[in-house]
Design a protein around this ligand. Sequence first.
Ligand code: NDP
Length: 283
Amino acid sequence: MPGPSFLSELVGSFSQGAAGNPTVAMIEAAFRHHGLDWRYINCEVPPEKLGDAVKGARAMGWRGFNCSIPHKVEVIQHLDGLGESAAIMGAVNCAVNRDGRFIGENTDGKGFLKSLQEVTDPRGQSIVLFGAGGAARAIAVELALAGAVAITIVNRDKARGETLAKLINDKTKAKASYAPWTKAWRIPESASIAVNATSIGLEDGSAALDIDTSSLRKGLVVADVIVNPPRTRLMRDAEAAGATPIDGLGMLVNQGVISTKYWTGIDADPNVMRKEVARVLGL
Ligand code: NDP
């Protein structure tokens, strides 16, 4: 009979500002809960060391890794292939070791989509998306691939907003347009889902999007990407107006569930992960 194995399977994360990233606590809670002898190693990696970090992961037989700021685009040159949505976005936040090849996926947008789908199916719906940065790009691409018909991108910076609209129009079947973010922006009646993918609200529960809150209404689904604090001003305003709020914790947790599935093949329990994130962030 073989003796016990003291060799764990390894995954992890490469980013800068790694100390502020709670993902390790969330993923390891899932590993413990499901009895997996896996470890998630959270690593601080500067841009000039990213190639060496990926080589190290290969040398040590890591089963995959997350990439966060500032590596989501640059990591692609060190990988062996890309999944569909990651190829469209040109950004990877999760590499998966498939038969010795590191394939880049993007679970940010997929995590958002899963969280949204618990409440509504975006297929056939018109969506207003605030923001045009990395999170907005991931969300817009997944919404388009999931069958959203129209996406209005509202962003402060015109060039970034137009670039994202063009990406969606060129690479997916959805119709996207850019709308300048004018004062007290009104969410049109034609939209059934509104998403904040800007960083407004991050670490500031009172920060408000410049929108006309009377355009929040019953029947509208309002989603936020902000994790901390999860009850943003937008979430509170949406609730007060009778709209359906979806907070950013769901996106983070589901992104972890999807990454864990890619690496281990198991369906991790999102409640265990959500509870642990809330605990470590003191929510
Ligand atoms: P980026 O820096 O790429 O983009 C930031 C976006 O926010 C831009 O569209 C920017 O507009 C907009 N913005 C910032 N400040 C303001 C302001 N005062 N008024 C109007 N618009 C503003 O960041 P990311 O896209 O990577 O991240 C955005 C947020 O998403 C972060 O808070 C991040 O924590 C969160 N996030 C959450 C995840 C989750 O799992 N819940 C996963 C990934 C990200 P402009 O172009 O005009 O500058």
